[in-house]
Design a protein around this ligand. Sequence first.
Ligand code: NAI
Ligand SMILES: CC/C=C\C[C@H](O)/C=C/C=C\C=C\C=C\C(=O)[C@@H](O)C/C=C\CCC(=O)O
Length: 262
Amino acid sequence: PGTRFKTLTLTQAVDGLVVFLLFVALIDVNKSLGDELKSTLDQEYGRDRTEFYLADVTSEEDFKGVLEKIVKTFGRIDILCNNAGIINEKHWEKTIAINLGGVVRGTYLALEHMKKENGGNGGVIVNISSMAGLGPLPMAPIYTATKHGVVGFSRAMAAVSKLANYGVRINILCPWFVKTNLLSTMNSEKHIGSFFPLKGIAETMMQNRGCLEADVVAKAFLVLVKDESKNGDVLMIDPDEAVFVSFPERAQDFSTTPVSLE
Ligand SMILES: NC(=O)C1=CN([C@@H]2O[C@H](COP(=O)(O)OP(=O)(O)OC[C@H]3O[C@@H](n4cnc5c(N)ncnc54)[C@H](O)[C@@H]3O)[C@@H](O)[C@H]2O)C=CC1
Ligand SMILES: CC/C=C\C[C@H](O)/C=C/C=C\C=C\C=C\C(=O)[C@@H](O)C/C=C\CCC(=O)O
């Protein structure tokens, strides 16, 4: 679902062996989906390890309120994944509000609880972009713009966090197509609007290279969580490999072609 918070509670520290208990808070605007996922997780991990919260990431009131409830229930936030996303080229303002606005809001609100200057314990935020955050997806220009925005915002916030000593790492995940409900929106003129005739491009891309399974994305997410050297890093996953994307240190260092302005 949309957004996931994880909180770690130190339960034992014996002879250098540290055992953490992991609690997961799920946030989504879709209640039936959230309830269903919670009950699946309950069966595997027990009822007290997961909580579902109904909230819309475009609402400051919802998101802020839910975060406060989470901190009250679990005591702290250590890991945040801003995952909520849609494709709707027709209602493009809504797509920007969820895909980029939700990530900005989630990052700002969670930092208030996580950053060390506020008494937080630090931690890590992983913002979900897409390979469409690195190159254009022709049938979805607004979706492409939001995912590029997630990359730019998160890299800038990672730099802020380092300079201001928040103690929070901020990383970005850019997957290729993944087998989830989102893919079905590609077949709907209602979502793709005037770009619908271009849907064959994405279909060909998937036919040629396949689609990722969600568990691969989860594994890549864990790399960004666990590797403490990673901050402002972009992990791209396609069907062949997972790779960190290199950006030049400064914008001036991009590979360029001189142009005469005369
Ligand atoms: N499926 C794919 O091919 C790829 C997906 N992504 C990104 O991965 C993320 C997750 O998407 P999927 O799991 O594929 O899609 P999904 O449609 O299965 O899941 C998205 C979830 O976001 C929730 N959501 C939507 N609007 C919300 C709102 N306003 N507030 C709270 N929750 C909201 C939905 O209810 C849904 O549960 C998205 O950011 C998507 O852009 C990135 C690359 C590829
Ligand atoms: C309907 C969209 C469903 C999911 C969106 C999701 O986020 C998936 C994105 C997956 C891949 C995006 C890849 C973008 C790659 C690029 O670099 C593009 O610039 C390449 C664009 C077209 C290539 C056409 C071709 O290969 O012939």
